[in-house]
Write a protein of this length. Sequence first.
Length: 259
Amino acid sequence: MHFDHVALASYDALPALDVLVGELGGTVLQGAEAVGFRPVQVRVGDAARGMTVELLEPFRVDEDDFLERFLRARGAGPHHLTFKVDDLAAELERVRSYGIEPVGVFLDLDDWKEAFLPPKLAHGMVVQLAQVSAALPPLAERLRAARIDGPFGLPQWWPDPPPRNLSTATLDRIVISTPTLDDATHFFTELLGGAITSADTGAVDIEWPDGECVRLVRDEQRPPGIQHLEVSASGAPREIVLSGTPVLIQADSRPGAPR
């Protein structure tokens, strides 16, 4: 199981896209138009460190208004986490063995299959499980191609963002609040394949093989779900909001990192 991206939803993805590229040095990887929504994905980091952010906005809502309904009910903010799997049918049987019934199961196409774990069963978040038949080149190759030739995906529905800041920031982790830390830890490790890298009585860090990381924080005062994103970047520590999602930016502590 591969942690692919975190998705943020808003009525207008372009302000967040401009910040991710122009201020944080992200690379636009790909985008598309689909029924009910249109996404654009940005790598915040490089092939060795960082994570991918998918920005969503409503599109063709007369055919499917799921994202429009989400925004009306909740406003802009985190929408889902996506995990790619090799065999979705087998994964769904494994998920059901944990007493979780997936929703929105779609297995009809060879090139794209998906299912969702709803927030009530996924600790405050929507979790998408997806199977893609086409083999993608390694991330380093896709990043290099995107920076030279532009992003993959037609049509390019978004206008070109500002020039990419060459001082690349890194999305280090997604911080998730939960009142039931042990249960959430079990969900992200046993069910979604992460590994614990550090833990104490109030927080657990969980990572996947390519370095994607979530931090689960015990918090009984707020609803469960994504609390904020944490980014390392040059400049002074600061907090910004992207598509309704708080982003805490801290100074990059790596040796030789720009200041």
